[in-house]
Structures are given as C-alpha cells and as structure tokens.
Ligand binder design. Sequence first.
Ligand SMILES: [Fe+2]
Length: 345
Amino acid sequence: MGLAVLVLSRMVARFVAIETHTRIAAAVHTVLSTVAVTLAIASLPLGVLMAISWLLKRSGRRSSPSAVTIGRRQVFEAGAGMTLFGATGAMLGWGIVRGRHEFQLTEVTVAVPGLPRGLEGYVIAHISDIHAGILVDESQLDAGLALVRRARPDLIAVTGDLVDDDVRFAPLVARKLSALDPRDGIVGCLGNHDYYAGARSVERVMKNAGIHLLVDEGRVVRGADGGGFAVLGVDDLASRWHGRKGPQLDRAMSTVPADLPRVLLSHQPVTVDRWAGRVALQLSGHTHGGQINPGSVLNPIFEYVAGSYRVGGTTLYVSRGFGTVGPPARVGAAPEVTRIVLRGA
Ligand SMILES: [Fe+2]
C-alpha cells in the first residue's frame, strides 16, 4: 500500500515537473525517486535477511526458544534493516550530490583497417545519453560539453537519448551541441528515449541546427583525404514499437561506397551481435554504465555495460553517457566523454 502511494506520488510529481518546469517540483520528484530506488535496492538483501530470520525462528521453535534469544534476534533484525536502508540512502545521496556531476574524459585508441594515412590520429568525441530534461539541465550539459571542447575533436558523435522524454528540451541540446562546431560536424543516432519524447520532432530540431541524425543512413567523412571513412547510423530497437522497422544496417551501408572503412552509431550495444565484423567500430550507449553500479557489481551479470569490447572483428565502445534515468544519481559509473582516436591497421 505504502509503495503504491509512493509510485503514484512520483508519477504526479514528474507530471507536474514536466508541465511547470519548476525547481520545487523537480526536487520533489528527485526525493520520491530516490526513496523508491532505495527501497528497491535494499529489498534484496532485506529479503535475504528476513529469510535467514525465518529459518532461525523455525529452528528455534524446535529447540525451546527463550524470550531473551527472541528479543536479541528482533534487535538484530531492526538494526540490520536500518543499516541497509541507511547505507543505500547514503550511497544514492552521494550519487545525486557528487557522482552524477563528476564527468570524466576517457581516451581510447581504435584500430580501423583501411583508414587512409591522412586520417591517422583522427579524433571523434563520443557522447551519449544526454537525457536533457527536468533533472539534466543546462549546467549539467555545460559541464559535460566542456570536456568535449577539451578533447579537440574532428567530429562529434552522439549515440542517442538526446532528451529524456520531453521534446521541449531538444532545442537546448541542439543549441549547445551546434555551438561546439567541430571541423567535420556532428552526427548522431536516435535512442529509445528520443522515441518516448517524439523521434520525428527530435530529428527536426537537430536537423535545423545542422546536426545529422543518421537513421539507417551514412555519410562519408573526409572523402577528399584519400577516400575518408563512412560513419553510419542505425535506428533504435525501440523504433519497432513506433511504426518503424528497427535498425537496418544494410540500408545504411547502401548509402555509402562499399570499400570505405565503417564506423557505426547504434544506441543499444546488443545490436553488435547482429553485425559483428561488418563494421570496424560500433559506438553505443544506453546502459549508463549501470548508473548505480558500486564496485562494478553489474558487469558480470550483463554482457555489455561500459568500455571496450571486441566482438567478431568489430570493436564495440559503450559509453557511460551524460545523464540519468530514474534517480538522478550515479555511483560507480561516472558520466563520460570519450576521445576516440582512430589508427590505421
Ligand atoms: Fe539512456
């Protein structure tokens, strides 16, 4: 009952925050999200604790329990429960106040077979999952984009979720990105949250700002420099529930010369399993590096969480991204800008 009231209150706060754009509504939404996630994270170890307690009680009944041992057990249960909630709440609090703001600039060198000699050392600034909205505001964007400037990129690639779920934040993203003005422009692909916000509207806003969202299509970069390379973008998997066909790599490849090295933008990293070996490099996001991932506990559970992977001849790089979903917190998954340096192979 209490949980249902909490979830309902959170939904109302989110609606009010989106409609009114007021800080107080955003703060209420943040608090309610944090309490809900604290309960969710703490519930698993609490469940284990309750199961152990139940087993102890059962075995205790068989061996004539005393009032003293039951009293001690109850004190232990209450103490452990409070400690778990306190530790989870404190961790999330740190993730809200500090963790989500501590942007890191990561540098990764990727071998691209057939890269023209003139493009040795070419730099792509890879960003992802901006989630601009009530909780990822202009100051958060500015903090991340300052690192993009420091990367001194030739090209900027944005791998989806430019907005969280409200297209009214798309012009802010477009304005901030286009102001960076790298030599070879800005390319990107759509993410699932862009569909929640309205993909066609996001595409239109970005196009008007000169940002090329590649939906199953490609562009040739530095074609004059010995042939250049192709950057391809595929539609998001979520597009299938919004009247589109899902990612179409063949269609994207048909729009560029077949003999060029290929760099692919695809929001969800799992798509690499479909076309491993057909592109030299796939840039993805979507996972937020787990977002609440202390000690990288999620990494052994999920196949692609963050960083570099080698999949059947393709290098996959999964960005931890900029923004957040759910609680505006990051723990063990710092927001990231990636400086991708291309080398011939
Ligand atoms: Fe995302």
